[in-house]
Design a protein around this ligand. Structure first.
Ligand code: FRU
Length: 485
């Protein structure tokens, strides 16, 4: 059965249940031929409360099945007030989920586990804490991430320290049951680095990716006094249980991306899903009764130069439907390239030509052209600028302009700017060949079809070559009794 949601903003190819609140991806694991994707889920409403783990699984990243709730808080138990974030690993014939046990009468969210022996359909919580006490000095403690490396199990837990440093704490185990604390894998004072990439007071959801002697630590930065939550990545390498970190950079340049989590796939790829929250007022969220979605699965690679690169998982080409736009040319004004539905996958090459030339790719979502999402080339700054100030005529939608470095934009003619834009009703994911991404939400009020335009600016010409395909909905199998509407 395909899902054709009635709400025009509900995505068709981004994972989330039809109603209620979701946040972080959790429990990502490959087990018995399936990718498992759990997520923070409130089955009772569109706000952050009663955190459970919802659960999808798929053999191919295209056909998904929603399973019953994986984790449910136990009344009176260690996780009485919520099953917070964590991951899962496959250990032969079972999956073990590691998660943060939330109780309002305790500041820490200590690590506990649950296991499944039927490929994720049912889970048995251990009922007690696996690691009851955080190490001395911690003032925030949550979000275990467990992985297998060099014949042993390893775990990072996100934390803040009394001395003002954020830290990812390292544990090791032979058997997933007995864990030894090895000290901070990395600890840092907030320091100004690349704009917006401060590493904050506390780290949530630490994730670690490693290949060919290099590593990258992905950290979701919690620092209420120093701006919105953001996700940074430290490239670097490990030496004897300590991570030698290079300067951090933003993992995603958009305003609506947080708490990404990794899944090591059996073919050696690292897949990553993030949480994209709402960018509209809570009153509107209550009206539609859903909030949050998971990003597309992304393949993450560590490049030779140490940078971390993301691109949509190759499988997602399988969601491309009919080709809607095929256009190439040069304009000194506005070229209308064709129309698309509310979910599409687009590739573009843009070449501003002439001194001072600039240009944009515009997704126009109202017939009169007043409502649009703009992706502008700013050659002077070497950036692409995503502008959603006009992306919704509804004043309850948030605006703003967001910049993503695009060194190719500094030149004209010789190096065209390439991009891939995947739009799914109210979410846009922009991918550049450098592996940089920008994720944001927007809420068009005009029904599709939408118009794709190439627009020259700055008195020059804009060369363009654009292709767009409709994005087909994920196939959803079964209707697990997973919701408590
Ligand atoms: C990140 C986070 C985690 C926590 C979970 C609770 O978004 O705050 O640190 O475990 O969400 O839902």
């Amino acid at each position: 059965m395909s899902v054709m949601p009635a709400d025009p903003h509900l995505p068709v190819a981004h994972l989330r249940p039809p109603r209620n609140w979701i946040n972080d991806p959790n429990g990502l694991a490959f087990h018995e031929g399936h990718y498992h994707v759990c997520f923070q889920y409130n089955p009772y409403g569109p706000e952050h409360a009663n955190m459970h783990w919802g659960h999808f699984r798929s053999p191919d990243l295209l056909t998904w099945e929603e399973l019953p709730l994986a984790l449910t808080p136990t009344p009176g138990g260690e996780d009485a007030d919520g099953c917070f974030s964590g991951n899962a690993v496959s250990d032969g014939d079972r999956m073990v989920a590691f998660y943060s046990a939330f109780r309002t009468d305790r500041w820490a969210q200590p690590v506990t586990t649950a296991e499944s022996r039927d490929n994720g359909v049912t889970w048995t919580p251990r009922g007690s804490l696996l690691i009851p006490e955080p190490p001395a000095g911690a003032t925030m403690y949550r979000d275990p991430y467990v992985w297998r490396e060099a014949g042993r199990w390893r775990m990072l837990v996100g934390s803040a320290q009394a001395d003002g440093r954020a830290a990812a704490l390292l544990y090791e185990s032979e058997d997933l049951e007995h864990w030894d604390y090895r000290g901070p894998f990395l600890a840092r004072t907030p320091q100004p680095v690349a704009p917006g990439a401060d590493t904050g007071l506390g780290w949530e959801c630490p994730q670690y990716l490693h290949a060919n002697g290099r590593g990258a630590l992905i950290l979701s930065v919690w620092d209420p006094e120093r701006g919105p939550r953001r996700t940074v990545v430290h490239p670097g390498r490990e030496e004897a249980g300590r991570f030698l970190a290079d300067a951090p950079v933003l993992l995603d340049h958009g305003p609506d991306f947080y708490a990404p989590a990794l899944l090591p796939a059996p073919d050696g790829r690292w897949l990553l899903w993030g949480w994209s929250w709402e960018a509209r007022d809570p009153e509107w969220v209550r009206e539609v009764c859903w909030a949050g979605l998971l990003t597309l699965p992304r393949e993450v690679t560590l490049a030779e130069d140490g940078s971390v690169r993301q691109r949509p998982a190759a499988e997602l080409l399988g969601l491309r439907g009919e080709r809607a736009v095929t256009a190439a040319g040069v304009t000194s004004g506005t070229a209308v390239l064709g129309t698309v539905g509310g979910s599409f996958d687009l590739t573009a090459r843009l070449e501003p030509r002439g001194a001072g030339a600039a240009g944009s790719l515009r997704v126009v979502t109202s017939a009169d052209g007043a409502e649009y999402l703009d992706i502008r080339v700013d050659p002077a700054a070497g950036e692409l600028v995503v502008d959603r100030d006009h992306a919704s005529l509804d004043p309850r939608a948030h605006g703003g302009t967001y910049r993503i470095p695009c060194p190719e934009a500094e030149t004209t003619c010789d190096d065209p700017i390439e991009l891939r834009l995947v739009v799914d009703r109210s979410v846009a994911e922009l991918y550049l060949p450098s592996g940089r991404t920008l994720t944001l939400r927007f809420y068009p009020t005009g029904g599709s079809p939408w118009r794709i335009e190439a627009r020259a600016a700055g008195g020059g010409h804009l060369g363009y070559a654009v292709g767009a395909w409709g994005l087909r909905p994920y196939t959803m199998q079964g209707t697990a009794d997973a919701h408590a509407h």
